[in-house]
Write a protein that binds this ligand. Structure first.
Ligand SMILES: NC(=O)c1ccc[n+]([C@@H]2O[C@H](COP(=O)([O-])OP(=O)(O)OC[C@H]3O[C@@H](n4cnc5c(N)ncnc54)[C@H](OP(=O)(O)O)[C@@H]3O)[C@@H](O)[C@H]2O)c1
Length: 231
C-alpha cells in the first residue's frame, strides 16, 4: 500500500452498490479488485479501469473459483487492505412455503457460503500481515424481518452471527464488521419494493457518503454492527 492508497477487494461489482463503490474508490485513487458473474460487465470494467485495478468473472458460490481467484490476486497484489463482501441475491417475494428448494439454496450459497469462500481464501494472508478490514454486507433485514423475504433474512441474520464470531478470531489490528448499507435504489431493491424503490437514493449518490465511511473503519470497530450513512 503506497501512502494512504488502499487495495480494496469487492465482490459483486457488475451493478448496484458494488459498481458504484468501485467507481468511487477508483475516483479517490484507490485500487479495486472486483468480481461478478456477468462477463459483459467485467469486460466493460476492465476497459474502463485498467491495471492495477483488476476485474474477474468469479462466482463467489464456487469455492474452487474463489480459490483460483485468490491465488492469482494474492501473488499479483498481495493481501487486500479492505475486503467488501457485497455480492448477494434476494429471493422473489413469496411466503417461505412457496420458495422452491433450488431458489432457497441459491440464496444461501451466494449470501452465506460465498462470503465464507472469500474469507477462507483471502483472510489467511491478511492475518499473516496482522492488518486489514473485512466488511460483510448485511441489511436492515439482518437485524429485523418482514414477510416474503425469509430466505434473504435468514442469510443476513447468518452474516451478523458469523461476522461476530470472526471478529473474535482475528488478531488485534484487524476488524470484521457487518454493515447495513441502508436502502438504495438497485435491481435488488426493485425486486422486493417494486416501483416505490425510486424514492431511495441512487447507488452513485449513496457511494459518495458510504465510501469515505468504509475507508474510516479501523481495528477499534472490530465486531461492531455498522450502518452506512445514506446518500
Ligand atoms: N439495495 C439495498 O437497498 C440493500 C439494502 C440492504 C442490503 N443490501 C445489500 O447490499 C449488497 C449489494 O446489493 P445491491 O442492492 O447492490 O444488489 P444488486 O443490485 O442485485 O447487485 C448484486 C451484485 O452481486 C453480484 N452477484 C450476485 N451473485 C453473485 C455471485 N454468485 N458471484 C459473484 N457476484 C455475484 C451481481 O452481479 P452478477 O449478477 O454479474 O454476478 C451484482 O453485481 C448485498 O449484499 C445486499 O444484500 C442492499
Amino acid at each position: 500500500m503506497a501512502g494512504n492508497k488502499k487495495t480494496i477487494l469487492i465482490t459483486g461489482v457488475s451493478r448496484g452498490l458494488g459498481r458504484a463503490m468501485t467507481e468511487e474508490f477508483i475516483r479517490l485513487g484507490h485500487t479495486v479488485i472486483g468480481c461478478g458473474r456477468s462477463e459483459k460487465a467485467i469486460a466493460e470494467l476492465t476497459m474502463q479501469f485498467p491495471a492495477p485495478n483488476d476485474f474477474a468473472v468469479v462466482d463467489v458460490a464456487s469455492d474452487e473459483q474463489v480459490a483460483a481467484w485468490a491465488k492469482r490476486i494474492l501473488s499479483s497484489h498481495g493481501a487486500p487492505d479492505l475486503v467488501l463482501n457485497n455480492a448477494a441475491l434476494i429471493n422473489r417475494n413469496a411466503p417461505l412455503w412457496e420458495i422452491p428448494p433450488k431458489e432457497f439454496s441459491d440464496v444461501i450459497d451466494v449470501n452465506v457460503k460465498g462470503v465464507v469462500n472469500v474469507i477462507r481464501h483471502f483472510v489467511p494472508a491478511m492475518v499473516e500481515r496482522r492488518a486489514g478490514i473485512i466488511v460483510n454486507f448485511s441489511s436492515g433485514w439482518g437485524r429485523s424481518a418482514d414477510a416474503e423475504v425469509a430466505p434473504y433474512c435468514a442469510t443476513k441474520w447468518a452474516i451478523e452471527g458469523l461476522t461476530n464470531s470472526l471478529s473474535q478470531e482475528l488478531p488485534s489490528g484487524m476488524a470484521a464488521v457487518p454493515l447495513n448499507p441502508g436502502i438504495i435504489d438497485t435491481d435488488m431493491l426493485r425486486s422486493c419494493f417494486g416501483g416505490s424503490s425510486s424514492i431511495y437514493p441512487a447507488p452513485s449518490l449513496w457511494a459518495r457518503a458510504a465510501v469515505p465511511f468504509l475507508l474510516k473503519i479501523n481495528a477499534a470497530d472490530n465486531g461492531r454492527q455498522l450502518t452506512a450513512p445514506c446518500g
